[in-house]
Design a protein around this ligand. Sequence first.
Ligand code: DHB
Ligand code: FE
Length: 280
Amino acid sequence: MAKIIGGITTSHIPAIGVAMDKGLENEPYYRDLFAIYPPIREWLTEEKPDIAVLFYNDHGLEMFLDKKPTYAIGCAPEYENADEGWGIKPIPPVTGETELSWHIVNHLIENDFDPTVCQDIKVDHGATVPLTLLWPNFTYQGVKVIPVSINCERHPMPKPSRSYAFGKAIGEAIRSWENDAKVVVLGTGGLSHQLDGPRAGILNDEFDNWCMDKMVSDPEAICQYSNVELVEKGGAQMVEIAMWLAMRGCIKGEVEERLRNYVSPISNTAVGVQLLIPKD
Ligand code: DHB
Ligand code: FE
């Protein structure tokens, strides 16, 4: 059976991808942020996951406000990125894993989740920036990727508790796949930030750190918040913690927090990074 070997949370701020392209990792502004990635990459190089299930949000590239699936699963042989409005960033496509994608879809439908199936979909910075951070130079170390999107853009969004349950069902699906693949689960986006409107620039270090603590010890505590409460606490884009909850839901039982970093702000956003290892 397939095995989930770990979970990683990371931001997807486009400026971080640009900083990597320009080799700015050691600049004073970025140094503390980038310090966490070499040990995470070392772990990935040692553990060699075969597949990454990547929870992300599509900010409008494929799923604009007029067509917004609540949950969508990539079932494509490969995923390209595309122009988000400032020129196409030439990232080579990542390879998919359609057999596991379909296994997840079937398992979800049998367990009362009804995701949108995407056999042809491009992915935006929500997916490409985390991939660039974790596997630089677009080598991806042979890892296959299954992108899973969660609506974080338009009302009504899924409840945090629902995204956690959704992740639990995906974790069950992975563990019931008859294949000895090693799987890493990625929760991207977050933490506190708001990009526009009167509260643009809001940050909440205390709440972010509470969420990171609870990601380890008690993720259900985060699920008690509604999306409106999350917006009040950490700004409109705090709802991106949905992807963290889905990732954490995949991991059954207790976790060891192997690595953590928190830097705020980078661009407009508080950046939290964690490497969580299942204890079972
Ligand atoms: C920023 C953060 C995001 O989550 C995003 O999707 C785009 C930009 C930022 O802080 O610049
Ligand atoms: Fe975002």
